[in-house]
Structure formats: structure tokens, C-alpha cells
Design a protein around this ligand. Structure first.
Ligand code: SAM
Length: 300
């Protein structure tokens, strides 16, 4: 008998101070602005329901105003709590704590998805892309950001023998545990294998150098980055890809409920502050407005 594949490892941000220690007053205004420029260029003008995978504390969520509804999904409940404190509890935003490798949704219920600064934590790109494709309707838009292995700094370091891994080869490099850089061609091939067609790709964050950021204001640098993004020269530390789901599959945008059991795919019914699976009878909690699919409620 063959052993089941072990579940991919997860980079857990539960309780992390990512918002205050990485973004707020940490000199990353330029990166934030450059990413917003890229996103605005790639996002469609309107849509019904967008899934933001690895939404964190909702740093970019307001960029998705063209969509009628945004589902923020993250493995970390605490990040989602921050997001909810900022964005509020209207029906426009739905907060879901879950593993991106086991998305708790019915097939085809989203016409848009984004994944920004998240796939670099993914040990199994193939598994997560298959999940994203499953929950998207045919021809839905998927905007994926990935850390770029073939960036200028890595090319110089490799050619001067300061780095032993080759930035030109396709395999991912795990430079710190659960932090991967990907070659743009590797990501293109994986997207195609998962039934996405790859459209525009933009290099982002060319000027991610403290010496430059200390001398030149964030808005000027971001403006320059915006120009560089248009060149399509994929040698920046970050790459944004616009992909479209294939033509086949289910469109389920008007489903009565978007949710499905993450373990068995069965339909879920809400009862008070619990979601109950019709098929395997597992129960999942709704805690202070956040659907918690990280682990089922234990029977007493
Ligand atoms: C670097 S943060 C990016 C947050 C946000 N996208 C941004 O750009 O500000 C990465 C996020 O991915 C989430 N994450 C990592 N692995 C995950 C997984 N397997 N399922 C769901 N979320 C995951 C983490 O909890 C974290 O909030």
C-alpha cells in the first residue's frame, strides 16, 4: 500500500507582528506603492467576487473596490482580526481562516483571485494552483505575485561567485525555510499546467535598495518603478502575473453558499455559530465574524 503524501508545510503567521514590524514605518512605502501601481494596471474594471489568498491584515484589500464582494482568506486568525478591525464587518468583506492547500469553497464560485507575497511561502506550488483553479469560474482572472529568482542582484552575485545557486535554472530556491524564489518561466509553466493561460507579466520593485530608498522619496521611486514595469524585463525581485482560468469547468457565481468542507468537499449548512458538513458531519466554528476552517470543532 502506498503511503499518503504528507501535507505541505505551512508558514504560520499566527500571532505575528507582520503589520507593525514589516510594513508600518519600516521604510517599505516604496514597495507598497509600486505593488499598488502594478495591481491597478492588472485588475479588471469590475467583477462579482474576488478571493484574496493570504490576505494577511488586508494591506491591499481596498484595491479590490471594483468587485462586489471580497473574501479575505488567510491561515492566521490574528491577521484576519486586524483586517476586520480596519475594514469592518459588512457583507462586502468575508473573513476566512483556512489553508490555501485546502480551500473551503465550492467549485467555480469566484470570478477573480489574487495572491500577493504568498506563494513564496508555498512548498507545493502545484497543489495550491490546482486549488485556486478549482474555485475559479471559467475565464476568471488570477493575479499572482511571486518572488523572482532571476533578479539583477542574484545574477550579479552568482556571476561574481558570492552566491552558489544559479538564478537562471528553473527549480525553486528555498533560501530560508519556507521562503522560496521562483524563476518566471517555472511559474509560467506551473500556471499552464494548472489550466491557466498566462497574460501580462510585470517586473516590480526594481529599486529595493536601502541606499536608494534613503536618498529618493517613495513616490518618486514608485513612479520610476511604474515606468520600469512597462518594459516587461523580468529581472526585478518581484513579478506580477495576470492569468486567466481555462474555458472549461463550472461557473457557480450565484451559488446559494460559497462554502464547502475543506476535508471532504461536502456542502455546509450554518447553524448558529457553526458550519456543519452534510457529508462527514464535521463542524467548523464561526468566531467573531471569521469562518474558522483551520481545524474542526472537537466532539466532547
Ligand atoms: C507575507 S504575508 C502577505 C500578506 C498580504 N498578501 C500582503 O501582501 O500584505 C503572507 C501571508 O500568507 C499567509 N499564508 C502562508 N501560508 C498560507 C497557507 N498555506 N494558507 C493560507 N495562508 C497562508 C500568512 O498567514 C501571511 O498572512
Amino acid at each position: 500500500m502506498t503511503k499518503p503524501e504528507p501535507a505541505p508545510r505551512i508558514c504560520d503567521y499566527e500571532g505575528s507582528d507582520y503589520r507593525t514590524e514589516f510594513w508600518e514605518n519600516k521604510g517599505r512605502d516604496y514597495e507598497d506603492r509600486a505593488e499598488r501601481i502594478a495591481l491597478r494596471r492588472l485588475l479588471p474594471k469590475q467583477g462579482k467576487r474576488l478571493l484574496e489568498i493570504g490576505a494577511g491584515f488586508g494591506r491591499l484589500t481596498e484595491e479590490y473596490h471594483a468587485y462586489e464582494q471580497v473574501v479575505l482568506l488567510d491561515y492566521s486568525l490574528s491577521q484576519l482580526q486586524y483586517a476586520q478591525d480596519r475594514l469592518g464587518r459588512s457583507g462586502r468583506y468575508i473573513y476566512v481562516a483556512a489553508d490555501a492547500y485546502k480551500l473551503p469553497f465550492q467549485p467555480g464560485v469566484f470570478d477573480g483571485a489574487t495572491m500577493i507575497r504568498v506563494i513564496h511561502h508555498m512548498a507545493s506550488v502545484r497543489t495550491v494552483l490546482a486549488q485556486v483553479r478549482r474555485v475559479l469560474s471559467p475565464e476568471a482572472v488570477f493575479i499572482l505575485e511571486h518572488a523572482n529568482k532571476r533578479n539583477l542582484k542574484a545574477l550579479v552575485r552568482y556571476s561574481t561567485k558570492k552566491q552558489n545557486w544559479n538564478p537562471n535554472t528553473l527549480e525553486p530556491v528555498e533560501f530560508v525555510e519556507l521562503n522560496f524564489d521562483f524563476h518566471p518561466e517555472y511559474i509560467r509553466q506551473e500556471l499552464q499546467a494548472a489550466d491557466f493561460s498566462v497574460g501580462r507579466r510585470m517586473p516590480v520593485s526594481f529599486f529595493r535598495l536601502n541606499s536608494l530608498k534613503q536618498r529618493i522619496g517613495a513616490s518618486v521611486l514608485a513612479g520610476m518603478d511604474g515606468l520600469m514595469q512597462m518594459t516587461g524585463a523580468l529581472y526585478a525581485p518581484s513579478v506580477f502575473v495576470k492569468a486567466a482560468a481555462g474555458k472549461h469547468g463550472v461557473a457557480n457565481l450565484n451559488a446559494a453558499s460559497i462554502f464547502a468542507c475543506p476535508d471532504c468537499g461536502g456542502s455546509l449548512e450554518r447553524s448558529g455559530e457553526e458550519m456543519i458538513c452534510h457529508r462527514d458531519h464535521r463542524r467548523w466554528a464561526v468566531r467573531d465574524g471569521i469562518y474558522d476552517f483551520k481545524a474542526p470543532i472537537e466532539d466532547e
